[in-house]
Design a protein around this ligand. Structure first.
Ligand SMILES: [Zn+2]
Length: 310
């Protein structure tokens, strides 16, 4: 089943909800980065988090989530663009831990709590909009909810579940986000109903692992979303295709080389006539020969200098 994002809204109650199924994307992230089981879960959670936050993007916009909690995983990155293309990165993909006593993958310990979650919205302006919050528990979903509440001042509940099978494969990945939009003019009855739904979704975010089992059992993205929001007065607003797809290219890789200092370039080509630039998101390697890097040859600069001196 292809990955998808479903969007819901209640303008009367000032609530918006997003559900994502990201199983295929997380499986591709695991394949690309060759992650150990606990790392697969951590990477899957940040990729799914990016898919949730990406629901409001348009045009060329991109959102990037970055976490470093000081744990064995190192830095984790998840990105989503307006086309629903997802990418992920984990600094130490081989990092793994013993499961918790409840037989759950210990993502919190792998991520750590000594650090920050930063969310960067590249909206095509000169500078991206970047917000940061302290990590709460390293579980990613709770950290994201805390970030949204403190940095963006939008009360949110976030649940993300990634099920990793005994063989290390991704059995299911999905998540949801409920946000309470500013609604100053609600009557008391609507306010009560809104509070009821928010409390309900906070409880459901805690049980997301069991909900993700529906995906593993073959539920469609609608059925997954229905178990989360089907009994709530939310209108279905639309769906978006999601896919793990990198935005790197040979041109962008060449651009990275173009920003390097001559000394760095010489070091890069010290032992070989070719150099590789590897994309950190999809591990694709772009090979460049010396001839393609005209600034490389120090002889050129020296000769030019000599000519000037003459
Ligand atoms: Zn790439």
């Amino acid at each position: 089943m292809a990955d998808e994002r479903l969007r819901y809204l209640s303008s009367e109650l000032g609530l918006r909800a997003v559900a994502v199924v990201t199983t295929e994307s997380v499986a591709e992230g695991r394949r690309v980065h060759q992650t150990a089981p606990t790392s697969t879960a951590a990477l899957g959670r940040i990729i799914s988090g990016a898919a949730l936050l990406g629901s409001t993007l348009k045009g060329q916009q991109t959102v990037t989530l970055r976490i470093n909690g000081g744990g064995p995983a190192g830095t984790l990155i998840g990105t989503c663009n307006a086309e629903g293309h997802l990418r992920g990165y984990i600094a130490n993909p081989g990092a793994d831990l013993e499961p918790t006593p409840g037989r759950k993958l210990d993502v919190a310990a792998l991520v750590g709590t000594d650090g920050y979650l930063s969310v960067s919205y590249d909206l095509g302006l000169k500078e991206p909009y970047v917000g940061t919050s302290r990590l709460v528990n390293g579980e990613v979903a709770t950290d994201l909810a805390y970030y949204l509440a403190t940095s963006e001042q939008i009360g949110s509940s976030v649940g993300i579940g990634v099920l990793v099978g005994k063989n290390g494969g991704v059995r299911a990945a999905g998540g949801f986000l409920l946000q309470a939009l500013p609604s100053p003019d609600l009557d008391p009855a609507s306010e009560t109903e809104r509070e009821r739904i928010i409390d309900l979704m906070i409880k459901r975010s805690e049980g997301i692992e069991s909900v993700s089992h529906h995906i593993a059992d073959g539920a469609s993205s609608e059925e997954f979303a229905q178990t989360l929001v089907g009994d709530l007065p939310l209108r279905f607003m639309g769906r978006d295709a999601l896919e793990f797809r990198c935005t790197c290219s040979r041109e962008k890789a060449a651009g990275i080389l173009a920003t390097m200092k001559p000394a760095e370039l010489r070091e890069l080509f010290a032992d070989s006539d070719t150099a590789e630039v590897t994309c950190e998101f999809c591990r694709q390697a772009f090979t460049f020969t010396r001839d393609e890097i005209p600034r490389l040859d120090p002889g050129d600069e020296n000769r030019r200098g000599e000519e000037k001196r003459r």
